[in-house]
Design a protein around this ligand. Structure first.
Ligand SMILES: Cc1cc2nc3c(=O)[nH]c(=O)nc-3n(C[C@H](O)[C@H](O)[C@H](O)COP(=O)(O)O)c2cc1C
Length: 213
């Protein structure tokens, strides 16, 4: 089948993306409103690392069906755009994955997914949004830039690029060489539809032509 994205409906394009680009890591993003009154929590699987010098990550909150910004973007966009310029990426692991999925519930602005899920808030060190107490790893970020692919359009993607300014790693997960214990981390990825995958089936391969041997 050959497909021209411009001849497809937006939901069809979305299904092609989320069914094909798998598994996707999940950023469980905590933010705080610009008046510092309300905390917010939501999962984003359009997420990845950007680079390590400086340490940077990105995630992509799409616009809502009416073209407006999701609460997370409203909160974490740069101060020059009316946000706080801060967010925390909490790593989604199996032990609280139901609460991660539950936090995607659409709530009124100001209602907190922390209350909805019962997840705990732990104070961050360098940014004002709290990290999720149950998360084994949390990246505290300052927003460098938001790239909007189609401002104001329903379902259009926005790329939030953040510089990691502090990292929390639970002591039992990391060794003196900064290797993360994948079994303890027990990360979960998102697949198509409402599918998820665990990270228990792993293998090792050398890089380059040695991988062919
Ligand atoms: C596992 C998972 C991954 C998600 N990934 C994304 C994503 O990458 N981008 C997006 O816009 N919405 C994503 N969603 C939906 C948002 O979490 C949802 O729209 C949420 O209500 C946004 O919250 P907010 O308005 O408080 O920012 C995802 C939902 C789940 C359950």
């Amino acid at each position: 089948m050959e497909l021209d994205p411009e001849r497809l409906a937006q939901p069809e394009r979305y299904k092609l993306l989320i069914g094909s680009i798998v598994p996707r890591p999940i950023a469980f993003v905590s933010t705080i409103s610009p008046d510092f009154k309300f905390t917010n929590l939501a999962p984003f699987s359009f997420f990845n690392a950007v680079g390590s010098n400086p340490m940077t990550v990105l995630f992509c909150p799409a616009n809502k069906p009416d073209g407006s910004e999701k609460d997370t973007l409203r909160n974490c966009k740069p101060v020059s755009e009316g946000g706080t310029g801060e967010f925390v990426v909490n790593v989604a692991s199996f032990n609280y994955i139901r609460k991660v999925a539950a936090a995607s519930e659409v709530l009124e602005y100001g209602e907190s997914e922390f209350e909805l899920t019962g997840l705990g808030k732990a104070p961050s060190v360098r940014v004002r949004p709290p990290r999720v107490a149950e998360s084994p790893i949390a990246f505290e970020c300052k927003t460098l830039q938001v790239v909007r692919t189609n401002p104001g359009a329903p379902a259009a993607g926005n790329i939030v690029i953040g510089q990691v300014v502090h990292v929390f790693v639970r002591d039992d997960l990391i060794n003196e060489r900064f290797h993360i214990d994948q079994t303890i981390l027990d990360a979960v990825g998102r697949m198509g539809g409402i599918g998820y995958t665990r990270t228990r089936d792993r293998m090792q391969l050398p890089m380059g032509k040695e991988a062919l041997l």
